[in-house]
Write a protein that binds this ligand. Structure first.
Ligand code: IPE
Length: 263
């Protein structure tokens, strides 16, 4: 376990910072600017993981990366999401933060679509020195299938499990996890998951990594293995990221069934 006392991990969904309906990378620069302004006042240890949106999903789908190894498709998809990462990092730094991109392709190895190993020491050194590491969903080398598409939703719980994490949030494009009447489900545990999963839709847009149901499953697994509670909330709503960083309970909490929610 890498020491990173008091760590907050925030995922920002690709649908919040890009136009996910587009068939090529289209950035929502005003949203990234707004998010940077909400984050800049936070003075704890923070890791940001952003999604790929239209900088990764359409490319991965075009080259069928989830079906078979494609070297050109893997390179194009990685370079595209790396471009988005550079944009995010630049905006964060222009707004007074000290952020650096950490590309999973360069520090992670997968096995059959799941993270096998990840080099975390440099991330920990960055945190110790006041730098905000910015990771993202990516294409990474995979010892079984060549390359695989690894969602930020898989990276976030991996980091939370291996680094001592206080606060974990998944900023998506809906209020939280919605039921069939579009109301936010306040809490999901393994007890009500079988019931609520019938109502959880996938993503409306091109999404090769599982949409909302994929996020809930990853976070539920994490809560089983570690008792860490995570929040899924609407990062497209101004003020929400700031509220999350202040420790406010917003959106849907995904937690271990015996855990008393700390919020
Ligand atoms: C997807 O990452 C990575 C690629 C398609 C290369 P995410 O699954 O984290 O992206 P979003 O949040 O759904 O856009």
């Amino acid at each position: 376990m890498v020491s990173s006392e008091g760590l907050t991990i925030l995922k920002i969904g690709g649908s919040v910072i890009t136009d996910k309906k587009a068939d090529h990378g289209v950035v929502k620069i005003n949203e990234i600017q707004r998010i940077a302004k909400e984050i800049v006042g936070f003075d704890g240890k923070l890791i940001i993981v952003h999604g790929a949106g239209s900088f990764g999903h359409p490319q991965a789908k075009r080259y069928a990366l989830n079906e078979e190894f494609n070297v050109i498709g893997s390179v194009i998809t990685h370079l595209s999401v790396k471009e988005l990462c550079n944009i995010v990092v630049n905006v964060l730094n222009e707004n007074g933060m000290c952020a650096l991109g950490v590309h999973p392709m360069c520090c992670m190895l997968a096995d059959n679509g799941r993270i096998k190993t990840m080099f975390l020491d440099q991330i920990n050194c960055m945190l110790e020195r006041g730098i905000v590491p910015v990771l993202h969903g990516d294409v990474v080398m995979d010892i079984s299938v060549g390359t695989s598409v690894i969602s930020g939703d898989q990276i976030v719980p991996y980091l939370a499990k291996h680094m001592k994490t206080n606060l974990l949030g998944i900023g998506s494009a809906t209020e939280g996890v919605l039921d069939d009447k579009n109301s936010t489900i306040p809490v999901i545990t393994s007890k009500n998951f079988d019931f609520v999963k019938k109502h959880i839709g996938g993503s409306e847009n091109t999404d090769v990594t599982g949409g909302m149901l994929g996020k809930v499953k990853e976070m539920l697994d994490l809560s089983h293995n570690t008792s860490i509670t995570s929040l899924i909330f609407d990062a497209g709503k101004p003020g929400n990221i700031e509220r999350f960083l202040k420790g406010e309970r917003i959106g849907t909490a995904i937690m271990h069934e015996q855990e008393n929610c700390r919020f």
